[in-house]
Design a protein around this ligand. Structure first.
Ligand code: ATP
Length: 199
């Protein structure tokens, strides 16, 4: 699996529709300070479901929408789509190519799309579980993040190893199963109480 392309339109400094195409090797993005290199990585984080404006180096979520320049009016929405080559079926979905997209309007309205069909944020997050690519994954390492990882709490570091080991989805399933078990236990107690009353 590899990242084939990123499409941005109205996202941060990218007012016009732009498509970055990548091959399977190494690609470097170079440019002067402030030209938008980190905004490309922010676009990938955002489309994968990032909900923290701070992680995207903004104050509020609306800051991802192109805010205008002297020459150009602000945009009303931001759109990002990334296309992954999935010919090795690393992603658990029956498509050779997967495009996930996210759009947000200034009104706060937003949507996620998977291969063109509307979906939930949860669907995208779960698709990338244990691939290292998710928004919590280790494949996007921001400036200063290495220091943060090394000096962070052991529990936070553990999350990174869990993702690399591919056990995040099992942990999540375990948590959900424990919750349902607890609910069933409560139901059983209630039934036992009623039966006792009837006897
Ligand atoms: P450096 O090399 O200094 O790290 P960079 O190439 O990574 O810089 P970015 O941090 O990606 O640059 O881009 C910063 C630029 O993006 C700034 O000029 C900033 O004004 C612009 N920018 C960020 N958010 C928006 C927005 N919502 N609308 C318009 N421009 C924006």
């Amino acid at each position: 699996m590899y990242l084939k392309s990123i499409e941005v339109n109205g996202f941060k400094s990218f007012a016009n529709k732009m498509i970055f195409k990548f091959d399977s090797g190494i690609t470097g993005i170079v440019g002067p300070n402030g030209s938008g290199k980190s905004n490309v990585a922010d676009a990938v984080r955002w489309v994968l479901g990032e909900q923290s404006a701070k992680q995207l180096r903004g104050a509020k979520m609306e800051d991802v929408i192109f805010s205008g320049t002297e020459m150009r009016k602000p945009m009303g929405s931001a759109y990002v789509a990334i296309t992954m080559d999935n010919s090795d079926h690393s992603l658990p979905i029956g498509f050779e190519e997967v495009t996930v997209a996210r759009r947000v309007y200034r009104s706060g309205e937003s949507e996620y799309l998977m291969n063109g069909s509307p979906c939930r944020r949860k669907d995208i997050v779960e698709l990338f579980f244990d691939t290292g690519i998710g928004k919590e994954g280790y494949s996007i390492i921001g400036q200063g993040q290495i220091d943060q990882i090394l000096s962070g709490k052991p529990e936070d570091r553990r999350e990174l190893f869990d993702e690399a080991a591919g056990i995040v989805k099992y942990k999540k399933n375990k948590l959900e199963t424990e919750k349902s078990l607890e609910a069933e236990r409560e139901n059983l107690n209630r039934v036992t109480d009623i039966l006792t009353e009837l006897e």
